[in-house]
Design a protein around this ligand. Sequence first.
Ligand SMILES: *Cc1c(COP(=O)(O)O)cnc(C)c1O
Length: 413
Amino acid sequence: MESIIYKLLNVFIVYEYNFCNFTRNYQLISMRKIQMVDLKGQYEHIKERVNTSVIDVIESTAFINGPEVHLFQKELEDYLGVKHVIPCANGTDALQVAMMGLGLKPGDELITADFTFAATVEVIALLGLTPVLVDVDPVTFNIDISAIKRAITPRTKAIVPIHLFGLSAEMDEIMEIAHEHDLFVIEDNAQGIGSDYISKDGSKIKTGSIGHVATTSFFPSKNLGCYGDGGAIFTNDDDLAHTIRGIVNHGMYERYHHDVIGVNSRLDSIQAAVLRAKLPNLDAYNTTRRNAAIQYTKALTGVENIITPTGFCDSDICDDCHCHVFHQYTLRVINADRDALAQHLNDKGIPCGVYYPIPLHSQKAYEDDRYNDADFKVTNQLVKEVISLPMHTELDDEQINFITETIINFVGN
Ligand SMILES: *Cc1c(COP(=O)(O)O)cnc(C)c1O
């Protein structure tokens, strides 16, 4: 008897608990599952074109260096307003090949940011060049101009700015420094494709077309992503373009004549076909990201312990520009527990990411006696504070509201 009562009571408690949860989570149940990046949803809109183009490549068997690759190259050149696009296998290769093309030699110093993905410093080290990591700006998260100036030595040969999270680095200042010290500028545009840099004179120019050479990645989750690996190098310099075209093809300028040591790095035709289907939508994709970012910022501005990202230009000056393409929408959580917020979001079914959790100068592979931890105050702080929210082309109002309300409820407690 006792056990029956106990069981009934138990059933009632479970029922009551579920009922409360049901009413509380009613909205959650009806809402589409939130994803950090929704590639499936995006694919549904372009399915017919992608499927047809991919099958065409298969039918043609022109898998390597097929017409799709050349057409994509031309279309991207037009879109960016850059003279040469050289497709390659991924964004890391793109950086490596760009540095090889510039003829950099062991001992040459390249200045780059401490707060970014490791690919940039990785290829510098791999080529036997000397990475010189410097701190970033706390507002833009991009390489700090005064830190670049302090890091210049007679051995400095290049600056490698990253347009981190989709916001252009301060290119006017960087190009000025480079001009003054006779340095190359290699833009890592993996996160910034399609973004506009507004010059001091008010002119608008696409990131990746400003430095001597630029690189990008078509990794699936990037703003222009393929369905595998892919990358490209951009330059307006005819000679450099010629050199790089040989380097990505085993150092060949004439069939079976290997003039320089090269690599094998190609964008395959199927990936090019996918990219050709997506490139005409890139501006619309970036607008959708920007609109999601505007909604996030509207809801989170002024919320205690939260700093929203910068990068919205004055809409009166530039209504339809993409001065930030929000590869990531990254908040700073100050004087509060970032990791607890991340856990809370996860508990509510909201994915989030910490880009990046460790400064590059503290990574085992890149530690060096040359670095003084005190020179990286901003990066050391940011790695503890940043959190990136779901950002892709398929977020809807209900999802964005749920995300911002969940954050506000957490920090309000
Ligand atoms: C993604 C990324 C890369 C590397 O691109 P892969 O295609 O993955 O090799 C390089 N730099 C930055 C800033 C990136 O975000």
